[in-house]
Design a protein around this ligand. Sequence first.
Ligand code: URA
Length: 452
Amino acid sequence: MIPDRVIARKRDGARLEPDEVRDFFLGYHRGEVEEYQMSAFLMAVLFRGLELTELEALLDVMLHSGATLDLGHLPGPRADKHSTGGVGDKVSIALAPLAAELGMFVPMMSGRALGHTGGTLDKLEAIPGFRTDLDLTAFAEVVERVGYGMIGQTEEIAPIDRRTYALRSVTGTVPCIPLIAASILSKKLAEGLDVLLLDVKVGDGAFLTDRAMSDALAATMVDLANVHGVRTVALQTAMDRPLGVAVGNGLETDEAIATLRGGGPSDLRELVVRQAAEMAALALGSDALPLGADAPRDELDAAVAAWIPRAAEALDSGAAFERFLRSVEAQGGQPGACESDGPLAPAEVVREVTAEASGLVSSVDPRALGAAVVELGGGRSRLGDAIDHSVGFEVRVGPGDRIEVGDVIGRVHVPSEDAALRAETVLRGAISVGGEASPLPLVIGRVQPSGR
Ligand code: URA
C-alpha cells in the first residue's frame, strides 16, 4: 500500500478496494501513514464520500483495532441505544434499566458533554459516588448481575477511531456522514450487540442541523450496522426544543429518576417508553415470530405497539426504578440519594422566571439553553474541564402553550446572583412569544434498512 496513491485515488473519486481502506488505516495505527496523509485522506472522503463496501471495511478496521465485549454467554439478547445528542436528552438513564426489565441485557457505553449538547456520563456523575470508569471486566460483571451497566468509552475501545476523531476535530472533517457513521458504530458495535436503536435528533438543537444530513446519517448507520449483523433501526426525534423540562446535569438526572418512578414530563416518558418498545420488538420479537430490522414496517409497528403497555407498566410498578437502584449500588453510587425527593445537586441560587409578554409560545431555542449551561459552568468547552452539576434550567413552557404576563415560564439553577441575572435573560430570550407554533412531532419516523 502506497499512501499517496490511495489518497489520490479517493481524491479522484475512485471506489477503493476494502483491502486498500483497511491497509491505509492499519498503516496509520502502526505509524506508517503520517498525520498529514490521514488529514488529506479524510478531506478527500469528505468531498467524495464512501460507498457501502468501503464503509464496511472502515468500520471493520476501526472496530477491530481495539477490544470488543463478548457477552454471548448471557441468557438474553444484548441491546443498546445511541443518541446523536441533544439538549435535555436524559433518555438513556431511564431507558437502560427499563430495557433490562423487559428482558434485554444493556451494556451501554456513553459519552460526555461537548459543545451545547449534554452527555450521559456527566449526568450520572451527579449521583454521589457513581463510577463511570469501570474496566471492561468489572463492567461485564455488572451487566450480567444487574441486566445493564453504564460506563464511558475505555482506552481499549476503537483506538483508531479515537485518533482519527481527534484529527478530524482539528482539520474540518467532522461533518462527514460516512466518517461519523463509522466512528459512532465502531464504539457501539464493540459492545457485542444483537440489537441497536439509533435516536437521530432533528432540529436546531441537534448535532447536525441540516435535515438532509440527518436523514442521510440515519440511513447510512442503519444500513451499515445491519450489514455488520446487528439488527438496527433509527428513530428520528424532535430536537427543535429541549426534551422534557430540565436542562443541566443534576436536574436532568432528577427528571430521569422521576420518570423511572412513573412520573416525569409527558414527552420524556413517551420517548422512553417508545424507545424501550422499539428495542424490545427488535430484540425479543412479538408473540408471533421474532422480528428483524428488515421486517415489514407494519409488522414492526404491531410488535412495538404490543410492547408499549408492558414498558409503561414497568415504569408505573416501580420495577424499572428498583433495577436502577441496584445498578447505582453496583457502580459505587448511593441509592439512598436517588430515593429522596430532593435534588441530587442543589444549586446556591434558584430563581423563578416569569413571562414579560402574553401570547402563544412559538418556539423554545434548545441551542441557546444548552450553550448557556456550558457558559454557566455546567458543561465543558474543553475535554477535561470540571463540571458544576447543579447548574441548569427548568423550562416550564413549550411551543403551542399560551402564556400571560406574570406566568412562571421556568426556573434558573445557578451558583450566584450574578449568574441568575444572566441565566434569566437567556431563558426569556430562548422562549419566543407570538406568531405560529409548528413544533416537530416528538417521533418523526423510523428508518429501517434500505427498501423498508
Ligand atoms: N460522535 C462520534 O462518536 N463520532 C463522530 O464522528 C461524531 C459524533
